[in-house]
Design a protein around this ligand. Sequence first.
Ligand code: 8IG
Length: 266
Amino acid sequence: MTIEPFDLAEQAASTISELTGVPSHDIALVLGSGWGGAADLIGETTHTLNATDIPGFSAPAVEGHVGTIRSILTPQGKRVLVLGARTHFYEGRGVRSVVHGVRTAAATGAGIMVLTNGCGGLNPLWTPGTPVLISDHINLTTASPLEGATFVDLTNLYSSRIRDIARTADSSLDEGVYAQFTGPHYETPAEVRYARTIGADLVGMSTALEAIAARHAGMEVFGMSLVTNLAAGISDSPLSHAEVIEAGQTAGDRISRLLADILGRL
Ligand code: 8IG
């Protein structure tokens, strides 16, 4: 008998409040590839938990992904739950596992879900290390985190209110449509041309399923991508995970300040 996903999320949230002594959180933040150090300027980290000590979470499968859950107190007095342990669709643990962090965040009381990722960019002007606001997504996984006849409106899924706030923090921020592929392979150049034809600007392996679950849980969603590489075929050079990690390190200072600035305005 497997436990129902929302019961498991409630258990995880209870464990987080027991271990931290923090009864509820206001904002949740998922750190994607390249964003590992970006939470450090948000405020004071008061608690760091091992994700594997929380019901339903598993150890991260990828180098550059951080397997901790942190509670941060911002200078404005907001509580931020930082999820460093994203489960990807390609890990094959099922969509319930992919969105468990989001549902746990909602169960801790968080009304805002901030989703970050590293991704490939289709706009050649977005050099590696460029942060881009997510304006909308295309879910190419053929999966959904919702089960049964759960019809959820996805209009304005990526909050235009928070995108405006982000542009107040940095007026140079571009925005784009994020297409979630299943991975773990990167796209072929032909798939990248297809993605462009159907309206994508960014290609990645996360975020869309999590955003759907967050909307379903009643959260306001904000998404930001770090373009860590040009998508396959946009430049002549092949893709590598080393380049992804390097882009995160190069952009580290800028995206850390940006994220702290945006969260401080929420
Ligand atoms: I980082 O170019 C990163 N993640 N699908 N394509 C896809 N995912 C990615 C890419 C990319 N770069």
